[in-house]
Write a protein that binds this ligand. Structure first.
Ligand code: FES
Length: 151
């Protein structure tokens, strides 16, 4: 398949207070952006179990977005800093599993940044479109099922 015809499936894990509200603003402001994203709302990025990101890949996602409040704006004080630390660990795991880290985008989007949300989604859709479909999902599925890597 030619990648230009490929429509990536993107799962976005976002916090309720900033990015979800920002994405809502994108819609209420009638800004157009790629429709490839499905949003999963969490109270805070600090509550996102990053194994869910692998699970998204294991179940057929081509790309993932994680986004929450800007540094020092988290409604639970430091949840976004915890998420950022977990992201650093996850990057190593993704390398280990052979998942291109460009398939995950970590960002901060506030409730007033509807335009930034649209730009983030559009850019990530294009990045993942260039990478092509994620077809090694079995690696993530095996790792989640057995906790071992069967490279
Ligand atoms: Fe948004 Fe914590 S409430 S990142």
């Amino acid at each position: 398949m030619d990648n230009k015809d490929f429509e990536p499936k993107i799962i976005a894990f976002v916090c309720n207070w900033c990015t979800y509200a920002g994405a809502d603003l994108t819609g209420t402001s009638r800004m157009k952006y790629a429709s490839n994203v499905r949003v999963v709302r969490f109270p805070c990025t600090g509550r996102i179990d990053f194994m869910l990101l692998l699970k998204a890949f294991a179940q057929g996602a081509d790309g993932v977005i994680v986004s929450g409040c800007h540094p020092n704006d988290c409604h639970y004080t430091a949840g976004n800093f915890h998420a950022r630390r977990r992201w650093i660990v996850l990057r190593g795991l993704m390398d280990f599993l052979g998942i291109d880290i460009r398939r995950i985008r970590f960002s901060w989007v506030s409730a007033g940044e509807g335009a930034k949300w649209a730009q983030l989604v559009n850019e990530h859709v294009e990045t993942v479109r260039e990478l092509g479909p994620y077809e090694d999902y079995k690696k993530a599925a095996d790792y989640l099922k057995e906790g071992v890597y069967n490279g």
